[in-house]
Design a protein around this ligand. Structure first.
Ligand SMILES: *Cc1c(COP(=O)(O)O)cnc(C)c1O
Length: 413
């Protein structure tokens, strides 16, 4: 392999190109394909959200909490040593790693906790991969006095022990999920099962821009603060828009959040890095744009990695947060329309970037975010000096340090 990122070879042949005009659709993707028992709850969430999203009091409360509790606005940081070492475009970082609980996940968790309270519900549930969304959910549950159960695949429970204990300290119950590969998709299945049994008392805080309508829209709106802040900060600091914006894509929430600041800016090229894993064979990666086909899963129509017969395939990534067999429907649309270029980044390249960013900038990035740096490095060279690349640093890497030490064969871990 001569380059460290690989362009997708062409979008799935299964795309129809027919635009669906109903609410909750992005081009032909999206919608709410959920069991009967959930349709009422989804309708309730949509109605409450539609009422509150333009409500000045709600927005004020969210802004205040985002500030005094979560630390927004997050900083924009110039990365001088990466810029110099890579010898090309300037590298700028949007620092979601500095948020309370260490990633962008708190933006959505706070917003949805306020929705939960507005609906009069007393219990939240969540799925989690790396544990970051579980920690963010457990955190807001503690802050608002809500009961909280987090579903987590047993493989992820093993990889992210520290986050499991963190959630328990915060008063949440963590349920290990043993079905399937014991990763994010299985945890999401269990959370949906719980929700369908307890819709009257419980709100399900989905952690990414996935799932049935209205979730992809709600999560996107709560994460769009990343892009709106970053756009203003870039203009203020550099007097111009960035030439390129890069974010890693698991389900796609940090990416859709930063992308939304720039989608209408034609001069800004937008890139998503997806999990290239160990290689291109089925089961070895989580590159849902490159290898996905149109399908229906977890309540929405999008691109999913599946066998010929439509069965969702097990996927792999070194980072738990990218270990998901699909992407949110809005990303599927942005991929098909060509507005965003999604490229896959392999495990070993991400591991190298994890160490390089730590050494050169004094910032240990999450393994997920490390995927975006691999792509940023390539773009810095492609675009050259004078250009600017904005990277969404979705989270800090403290949670990954033990896993990386083991992968690097360090003794004592
Ligand atoms: C969860 C997570 C991701 C992946 O989720 P998205 O919904 O695709 O953003 C990326 N980075 C970090 C730090 C995460 O915690």
């Amino acid at each position: 392999m001569s380059t460290s990122t690989e362009s997708n070879s062409g979008i799935a042949a299964s795309v129809s190109g027919v635009v669906d005009e109903r609410p909750g659709y992005f081009g032909e993707f999206g919608g709410a394909y959920a069991p009967e028992v959930l349709m009422g709850a989804l309708g309730e969430v949509e109605a409450v959200y539609n009422r509150l999203k333009d409500d000045a009091q709600f927005q004020k409360e969210l802004r205040q909490l985002s500030g005094e509790y979560a630390g927004r606005p997050s900083h924009l940081t110039f990365a001088p040593r990466l810029t110099e070492a890579w010898g090309g475009a300037e590298i700028w970082l949007k620092r979601e790693d500095l948020n309370h609980t260490g990633s962008h996940k708190i933006n959505n968790a706070l917003g949805q906790a306020l929705l939960t309270v507005a609906m009069g519900k007393k219990r939240i549930i969540a799925e989690t991969g790396a544990g970051q969304h579980g920690v963010a959910s457990a955190t807001v549950a503690a802050r608002f006095g809500l009961e909280c159960t987090v579903y987590m695949g047993e493989e992820d429970v093993r990889r992210q022990k520290l986050n499991v204990f963190r959630m328990e300290l915060l008063g949440a119950k963590v349920v290990p999920v043993t079905s399937g590969t014991g990763t994010l998709k299985d945890a999401t299945n269990e959370a949906m099962r719980d929700w369908s049994k307890n819709v009257d008392t419980t709100h399900y805080i989905i952690g990414s821009a996935i799932g049935p309508h209205p979730f992809p829209t709600i999560v996107r709106d709560f994460q769009a603060v990343i892009g709106h802040e970053a756009r203003e900060q870039m203009l203020e600091r550099t007097g111009a828009l960035p030439d390129a914006v890069v974010a890693c894509v698991g389900g796609g929430s940090n990416a859709i959040g930063i992308f939304h600041g720039f989608l209408n800016d034609e001069s800004v090229k937008i890139y998503g890095s997806e999990a290239g894993g160990r290689g291109d064979d089925l089961g070895d990666n989580g590159a849902s744009v490159t290898f996905g086909q149109v399908g229906f899963f977890h309540g929405t129509k999008s691109l999913y990695i599946q066998h010929g017969n439509g069965q969702i395939e097990n996927v792999h990534s070194v980072s738990a947060g990218l270990d998901y067999p699909g992407i949110g429907p809005e990303h599927a649309h942005l991929a098909v329309s060509g507005r965003v270029d999604y490229r896959r980044v392999r495990d070993d390249a991400a591991l190298e970037a994890f160490q390089e960013i730590s050494r050169l900038e004094g910032i240990i990035p999450a393994l997920e975010s490390s995927h975006s740096f691999v792509l940023a490095k390539q773009l810095a060279k492609e675009l050259g000096r004078g250009a600017r690349v904005l990277v969404c640093l979705s989270g800090r890497g403290d949670k990954d340090v033990v896993e990386v030490a083991q992968l690097l064969g360090r003794e004592g871990f």
